[in-house]
Structure formats: C-alpha cells, structure tokens
Ligand binder design. Structure first.
Ligand code: GLU
Length: 305
C-alpha cells in the first residue's frame, strides 16, 4: 500500500503547478503550493501515509462535516433540515444568490458557507466560546488527537476579512434562518474553519464516518449510524462544491474539501482518506488532491457506485 501511495504522490505532484493557493483569506496565501500528502486509515487500524502527510493545514470547509454531525445530534435531522436544505448547488461555495431567490429562503445545503453558518448556529452549548469548545472537543475525539487546536493567525485573518460570510449571515438573520447573535455565530464559524490538522487527522475522521459513527481504534460510538449516513450522503452530493457531480462520477467516494487544500474521504466499511495539496482548482478543490483520489479509487476499486 505504501508503495502505491508513493507512486500516486510522484505521478500527481506535477498537477500542483496548475493550481493556486487560496489568497482571499490572506494568511492562506502563505501555504506551500507544491505540497502534496496522503494518508489512509483502514477500519482495522492500519495507517498508510506518503508525501507531506505531517504538514499542518487549516481544515476550513472540512469542519462543516463535523458541525453537521453535532447539529443533527443536538436537534435531530428534521429540525436541522428545516433550516438548511440538502440539495446540491451549481454556484460557488460562498454564493449569496440562492438565499434570496429560492423558496423557502434557506441555504441549499450544509456544505456551502451559508449552510454551514446556519448549521453552526444550531449547535447547543451556551455562548460562542462554549459552543466552540464543544466543537474542538468533538474534533479531538474523532481524530484521536488531543492536540488539535486552531491556527490563531488564520482565524484572525479570516475574521478581519470575512465580509462575504458576514453578508451571508446577516442576510440569514433577516430571513429568520439564524436566530442567535450573528457576530457570535460568525466567530464560531471562523474558528471552526481555522482548526488545524494533518492528513492523518482527517483520514481518521473519514474512518469514523466509514465505520458508521464508531471510532475504529477503540470501538466507541460517537454518533448514531443514521447521522454518519446522512453526512456521507451529503458529502457525495454537495461536498466538493459545484464539482460534486464530477467527483461522484470520477472518484465515487463521499468527499469533503476545504480551501486550505485538504480533502477528507470516507469509503464505507473500508477506510478513511486524508489528502493535502493547497494548490486549488477554480472551484476551490485541491487540484492534485482530486487527481490522486481519482487514481486511488481506480487502483483499489473504491467507488461506491
Ligand atoms: N473559511 C472559508 C470561508 O468561509 C471556508 C471555505 C471553504 O473551505 O470552502 O470562506
């Protein structure tokens, strides 16, 4: 397996040159655009890694998978999907247009920015700091890594420049999707995006989803199987922004990417995969990361379809 991963890194490194690191959050522009790493965690506890798999990056939108699990746990699926839809979008991840034009006026799904901001507003736990503490604690549990924390510089950078997200949140406050205090909700959202991890950490989250909500390393159930199933389904239909259909056809695995360059993938009953390559394509997905997953899926016959 390790040999296969080394070959995949070697074959696909060249694609990093065709992408660009995200720069709309100034701090993200500092990422090494040629970096590429992969890690696989199987359900029987094996871990295989290659490339820059110990490099830390902010998980950004991958955190949307984590907060969706908590929101469903706290509210039940009916209440969550009253506020946020479950339909894919053909627009960019930070688009505002559907919030006004679609009826009912709610975000299309929890994997785009508007939907994730609405989702985090539903998480229980008290004030913003306490809610974020819960998110962090849960993230540490499902990565099996007690050292997970946020990257303060990325958090501040996004908080200072995240005006588009502010616009989305205030719009949703005006339509009643967000009931709480907008700046507090946004602060939690900016922090969840700045959670820092490695390919290994996100591969473990993928393995928990692949294992239907049970930590493969100790058998502890962290979410009911139906929650893991909903999250994996929404990852297939909405997890790769407006390239989700393309990903479903070419890779055929539930995936969620983030503009920090990470991609989390969960192959049901088989493995979790974490990929890191900060050079992005125009849709915001890791350009070499997508290629690597495509080749890996073919090699190991991982498509669920
Ligand atoms: N923090 C990023 C934003 O809100 C997350 C976007 C992403 O990874 O898709 O713009």
């Amino acid at each position: 397996m390790e040999k296969l991963l080394d070959t995949l890194i070697e074959n696909n490194k060249v694609y990093t040159k065709n992408g660009k690191v995200a720069s709309y959050i100034p701090e993200l522009a500092k990422a090494k655009s040629e970096a590429l790493g992969i890690c696989i965690t199987t359900l029987d506890g094996e871990e295989y890694c290659s490339g820059e798999c110990d490099e830390k990056f902010t998980i950004q939108s991958i955190s949307k998978v984590i907060t969706l699990m908590l929101a469903i746990l706290d509210n039940g699926k009916e209440n969550v999907f009253k506020k946020v839809g479950m339909e894919p979008t053909a627009d960019a991840f930070n688009s505002i247009i559907n919030l006004e034009t679609k009826s009912p006026q709610r975000p299309l799904n929890p994997m785009i920015n508007s939907g994730a901001i609405a989702t985090v507003s539903l998480i229980a736990g008290g004030d913003g700091d306490k809610i974020f503490e819960r998110i962090l604690k849960f993230t540490r549990k499902i990565t099996g890594n007690p050292d997970i924390n946020i990257n303060e510089d990325v958090y501040k950078s996004e908080k200072n420049t995240g005006h588009r997200n502010r616009a989305l949140a205030y719009f949703m406050k005006s339509t009643g999707v967000i009931e709480g205090e907008v700046e507090e909700v946004l602060d939690v959202y900016f922090k969840q995006c700045a959670i820092e991890g490695t390919c290994k950490d996100i591969a473990r989250v993928g393995a928990v989803l692949a294992n239907n909500g049970v930590l493969p390393w100790n058998g502890e159930r962290v979410v009911p199987a139906y929650v893991a199933r909903i999250v994996k389904t929404i990852m297939v239909t909405c997890g790769m922004y407006d390239a989700s259909g393309d990903t479903a056809v070419k890779i055929g695995i539930p995936c969620k990417s983030g503009v920090g360059g990470g991609i989390l993938a969960a192959v049901p009953m088989r493995m979790g995969i974490g990929v890191f390559g900060p050079a992005l394509d125009i849709k915001g997905n890791s350009i070499a990361g997508v290629k690597i997953l495509e080749e890996l899926s073919k090699e190991l016959d991982l498509s669920i379809f």
